[in-house]
Design a protein. Sequence first.
Lengths: 317, 344
Amino acid sequence: MARVNTVLGPVPTEELGIVAVHEHIGYGMPGCELDTKWWKNPEERYEETIPKLRKFHEYGGGTFVDATGICNGRDVDYYKSLSAKTGVNIVACTGFVGGDSALPFFARASVEYLTEQFVHEITVGIGDTGSKAGIIKVGVSRGFRMTELDKRIYRAAAKAAVRTGVPIFTHLAVDSQPAIGIFDEEGLPLDRVLFGHVDDGVSQGKVRDTEIADMGGRLGFDTFGYDLELRDPPFWGRRRSERLEHFLRFLRGGYVDRVLASADANCSPLGWPGVKGHTVNYIFEQLMPDLRDAGIDEPTITRIFVENPADFLTIKN
Amino acid sequence: MSDLAGVAARTAFDDRADEASRSAAPTVQTVLGPVCARDLGVVSVHEALLSVVPGAQYAYDVTIDRAEIFETLAAKLTRFQKAGGCTIVDTTGMFYGRDVPLLEALSRASGVHIVASTGMGPEEMLGGYFLTPQTNPPIPWPAEKFADLFGREVIEGMVVPRVERRGSAGLVVTAAHHAGMTTVEESLFRGAAKAGLATGVPVSIRFGGDAVHDLEVVLDERLPAERVVVVGLDRKVALAAGAALEVASRGAYAAIDHIGSTDNVHVSDAERAALVAELVAAGHTDRILLSSNAIGYAVGQPPRDLPYDHLLSNFVPLLRAQGVGDDDVQRFLVENPRELLTVR
């Protein structure tokens, strides 16, 4: 049967519903937990987080895929309680946001060890939570070039994806050629990889988006809502109309099956201020209306938010 | 972010100093609170209790059993105490598995004073939060921010991540890469020196390629040399460079701190004993510190499973054989560490 690992156990793919495919309950760089300036007590965390997830559920959202890798504040027991209390499926990931966020123990590890780490988290469980990871996170370190460590993590992820059948999503789609080379060598079909952040402001001019899609890879327009129109936009922000046009070009150019969309918002950021007012619900409150205004029909919207992610997330054995 | 060199931090420290002077006795910060310096007894000044390589706590094949860790460490502390040890300094810093409640329980149970440390290093052991912050471009932390982070662990308490602050760090530790100090490490060293100056606790520096150069970096921050201990002086490169003598002659403490280690990097215990005798002969008795850098419980790394009493039970006899007198041994193990650790 077609299934996906969530933090509360495997669910049938049919139950995923509308999927936000690249989000964060809370993200922080490793070490931020030492800096009390970011600390919030659990009461505040729940208070910031639950209403966003409840609203997501009320809007018709079914599944929230958390892209917070190992060492970045991933907290699966917390996710389990959030999922149980809100009715939103939460998919946790294994892997790393990038070499920059792999702590020394993993930065020193071999491809074989990293592969075992990922496979264990997918097939046995994450720590002692009993929850299995549903997807593998990898990414490109700061500087827009894959480092040796980034490549080691990509290769381990590719091996783990081949062994377990779960997909991979990436932080950044820049410098994609070494990544595609690794996936090829490991025998992982490119439609099992979501190249994320093709739409962010700092990556423009550095992403071979058409080439990735033509080769069979999936494109993540997944930083929707980090708009330069915000009062205090992050450095990866982009003008709203420009991002939307970019997405529409792919929808109208015959790439509907190759794209996924998300907001990459933090419900409650762990080691950075976050962006006030930006939540996962941008998908319902801004993006879907924008798509409808642009003449995108309902079946296409369903493909983007329901059918494509279901196909992508389903464990392929 | 407030500056520790600023008014608030000085005030907090002054309050503590006033308190100490009221009780008319200098104190040392232990995990169970300030202890009269004269009660420290025999000190092993550079050891690790629980040591977890950053990230190992998330490894699929690592299980952290606190009860087992406690049992192991408590037995080792008891053995140290039976050999005459009274105080142990845990120099793992703030990001290497430090577990403040566990250290408190160990100290209460064993009766051994435990001094815990703040600080981090070398660069490769830092988290991405400090090296590639979410700014464009990602500029690593400067010395001032490290000073603030470390100083708060003395003034406001040591962090139990995202839960609370507890106790007070008794020294600041940092380290440089063996190939030589990196730019980030210079920020760590300067930050550690600033934190030491602002709070009155001593600073331990594990030198990278050149002990004297690395010492000069912290002295350049106007930290008095007698507030600094340089560790790693029983590395072969240090012996070849005569680094221990250079460090001591500048007024800093010279730590022969890997006693019992027999690896490719370090000299032998016999060579260590000869080095101590040489420093004594040169008039530096008051600048020598001894320790073994044993790891009581190692996670995610090979164990350095040396009993904490190796120094007392095995090395001290070697010193006597070198003609080092009991008074001098007393200086290395009691008076020198007491002077170093006393909050100024």
